[in-house]
Ligand binder design. Structure first.
Ligand SMILES: [Zn+2]
Ligand SMILES: [Zn+2]
Length: 253
């Protein structure tokens, strides 16, 4: 299995997970043109996408996703709640192949078994995904306020993990963000701080973890160094930081 990121922050999130000829796009927080350019940098064409998965309706994840699905005639997978909240993005002329997924379900798609993980976040029905191919597992977990039981159970023995580490609590406290935005980010339906993402890592069995990356970092209220300082308390191997603007190149596990 291999995976890459095309962007990982408030200006746009998107990931690709691949095995053999199956290429799954997770989220598209970019315009179609922007995504096409970013995919070209990873040497893959939108025509090669097998399926598109959407985690939740927020703009930084959903911006171009329906236009992309329409343009390239690709199936899109999302929860009913997410679909309801995305109506404004779906033009009447679109002829979409929509597949409703349910939290805690698993589905098989060519080389993958995909687990649908519900997460606490201020969206209608947000989920995140775990991908299994043969005996290898990867989870992409961003946009959540805390590590709920369903999440911890699902990723306990994970082999590769992309985990949100959005902000440093002190930097957020001191930042120029308005109070209501700070409260939203900090809440149980907001985003994970470095301390909270560390708390999740502490609950996992890290013996089988071969690759670890931090995602959805705030450019204003966090830094790669602060994330690494927090996470190295539990993970001694390399800690990867996914660039909020540029994402990261392909990694094979
Ligand atoms: Zn987000
Ligand atoms: Zn979100």
């Amino acid at each position: 299995m291999k995976f890459c990121s095309l962007g990982s922050g408030s200006s746009g999130n998107s990931y690709l997970v691949s095995k053999n000829n199956t290429n799954i796009l997770v989220d598209c927080g970019f315009s179609v043109t922007e995504l096409e350019g970013r995919m070209a940098q990873r040497q893959i064409k939108p025509t090669e996408i097998t399926a598109i998965f959407l985690t939740h309706e927020h703009d930084d994840h959903s911006k171009g996703i329906f236009a992309l699905a329409e343009k390239y005639n690709k199936p899109i997978y999302l929860t009913y709640g997410t679909l309801k909240m995305c109506q404004k993005r779906i033009k009447k002329s679109y002829n979409l192949n929509i597949n409703i997924i349910s939290p805690l379900d698993t589905l098989e798609l060519n080389d993958f078994i995909i687990s649908i993980i519900p997460v606490p976040h201020d969206a209608r029905e947000p989920v995140q995904f775990k991908f299994q191919s043969e005996k290898t597992t990867l989870a992409i977990i961003t946009d959540l306020g805390f590590g709920n039981k369903e999440l911890i159970n699902s990723i306990k023995q994970i082999n590769a993990l992309i985990l949100e580490s959005n902000h440093d609590e002190n930097l957020l406290h001191k930042s120029r963000y308005p109070k209501n935005l700070k409260d939203r980010i900090r809440s149980n339906y907001g985003h994970l701080s470095n301390e909270e993402s560390l708390g999740i890592l502490k609950k996992l069995n890290l013996d089988n973890l071969k690759w670890l990356g931090a995602a959805h970092l705030s450019k204003e209220n966090n830094s790669p160094e602060l994330v690494k300082d927090a996470w190295k308390k539990v993970f001694e191997d390399k800690i990867n930081i996914i660039d909020p603007d540029l994402g990261m190149p392909w990694v094979s596990i």
